[in-house]
Design a protein around this ligand. Structure first.
Ligand code: S3P
Length: 456
């Protein structure tokens, strides 16, 4: 694994200009879903016997999870295909409750998902582990998982503010809890459920606002006794019986809608585009952006809908469209929580005003995505007002952004800011200079090559 990029070392940054090219036409495939890839490795590592995973995202975040699972006893191998096909990952797990004491700190790089989910796993094992990460991850709040996992009996010594680096000691046996999520977070939900796997009795998570449900789907697939009850007001009550026994699985990971989002938006914005993005995961807890872009007038057609790895999937045909600003319903936010940076780019090119609200969570992602996108788009010539919980953007009505201005866009070790501003560059007059493209490799190592191949 390449070492995690560190903002403290500006000499290592890889700046690049993204400028207007031709229309985006043809067919592309984006890499596997990041959330599902993390979970495939973690759960396979808990099954006795061999699980096989295809379509795994081979980005730095997922490789950090693989390295951590190896450090705790799993045998994980990548089998390269003979020809052009995709690699297969083979995982021999240790069994639920049998993770081993790691002998070194677990380096989580830039990955909040690896950190929070693995803290859940460690919480119910007699393991002491040290979690470290890059400059971005070390600023992110871990109190949201420390709180419930402490109730289950785990002990923590965190850096000030409940941040990394942190040491934790798991509990054996852990105590089952009923936990009502105070923030809409699939990572917190998953951390508690993963801890519940090796906990006697029943662990319950109450989720007032539904978030991505990949953990629930996959836990069931591996054989966990998990049930979900939905109350009339939409609250989900997830119950998991502990001390599970896992059966190894064969998993095909669908394409990541969060990665597809950049190409879908680029095709909507660049005149003359007609692009098919194949094999995109369309789990309703993830696909909010495509609904919002359609509400704005975007032509996004679902072709050949099917199921891959227990998840709904389709090919998306996207044609250049005139977009109109809208007021985005905050209730849709959890189903597109990672897609706001690219939605803001679409809004900056739309006709009229787009208003977003209820987005406080964006301030604690890989960067403060409200502040960073407001600054980035303003530098590229867009009209943006930053509010406490959202952005208000007055679009150009389809005209290119000015771009340029000899200003390097600060991406703050945030892959989604870098990719969003790359797309803004395609829709600009003078191009957009991004200060650092390295973080793109955390989630979408092929992004630049795919973009360069399409937009010439
Ligand atoms: C993720 C959950 C989301 C999302 C992240 C991946 C997951 O985080 O932003 O990129 O795989 O569970 P939160 O749970 O903090 O919203």
């Amino acid at each position: 694994m390449t070492p995690a990029p560190n903002a403290a070392d500006p000499n290592q940054m890889r700046a690049r200009r993204f400028a207007a090219g031709g229309p985006l036409r043809g067919r592309i495939r984006v890499p596997g879903d990041k959330s599902i890839s993390h979970r495939s490795l973690m759960l396979s590592a808990l099954a006795v016997g061999e699980s096989r995973v295809t379509g795994l995202l081979e980005g730095e975040d997922v490789l950090a999870t693989a390295a951590a699972m190896r450090a705790m006893g799993a045998d994980i191998e990548r089998i390269a295909p003979a020809g052009d096909g995709e690699a297969e990952w083979r995982i021999h797990g240790v069994g639920v409750g049998a993770l081993l004491q790691p002998t070194q700190a677990l380096d989580m790089g830039n990955s909040g998902t690896s950190t929070r989910l693995l803290m859940g796993l460690v919480a119910a094992h007699p393991i002491t582990a040290c979690f470290v990460g890059d400059a971005s991850l070390s600023k992110r709040p871990m109190g949201r998982v420390i709180d419930p996992l402490s109730l289950m009996g785990a002990e923590f010594t965190a850096s000030p503010g409940g941040r990394l680096p942190l040491m934790m000691r798991g509990a054996a046996p852990a105590v089952p809890i009923t936990y009502r999520l105070p923030v809409a977070s699939a990572q917190v939900k998953s951390a508690v459920l993963l801890a519940g796997l090796n906990t006697p009795g029943t662990t319950t998570v109450i989720e007032p606002i539904p978030t991505r449900d990949h953990s629930e789907r996959m836990l069931r697939g591996f054989g966990a006794d998990l049930s979900v009850e939905v109350e009339p007001d939409g609250t989900r009550i997830i119950t998991l019986r502990g001390e599970a026994q896992f059966r190894p699985q064969t998993i095909a990971v669908p394409g990541d809608p969060s990665s597809a989002a950049f190409f879908v938006t680029a095709a909507l914005l660049v005149p003359g585009s007609d692009l098919v993005v194949e094999n995109v995961g369309l789990n309703p807890t993830r696909a909010g952006l495509f609904d919002v872009l359609r509400q704005m007038g975007g032509s996004i057609e679902e072709v050949n809908p099917r199921e891959v790895g227990g998840e709904p999937v389709a090919d998306l045909r996207v044609r250049h469209s005139t977009l109109t600003g809208i007021e985005v319903d905050p209730a849709i936010a959890p189903s597109m929580i990672d897609e706001f940076p690219i939605l803001f780019v679409a809004a900056a090119l739309a006709q009229g005003r787009t208003v977003t609200s209820g987005l406080d969570e964006l301030r604690v992602k890989e960067s403060d995505r409200l502040a960073v996108m407001a600054a980035a788009l303003t530098a590229a010539g867009a009209r943006v007002e930053e509010r406490a919980d959202g952005l208000v953007i007055d679009g150009t009505g389809g005209d290119p952004l000015r771009g340029g201005n000899n200003q390097r866009i600060a991406t703050h070790l945030d892959h989604r800011i870098a990719m969003s501003m790359a797309v803004a560059g395609l829709a600009s007059r003078d191009g957009v200079d991004v200060d650092d493209t390295r973080p793109i490799a955390t989630s979408f190592p092929q992004f630049e090559a795919l973009l360069d191949g399409l937009s010439q």
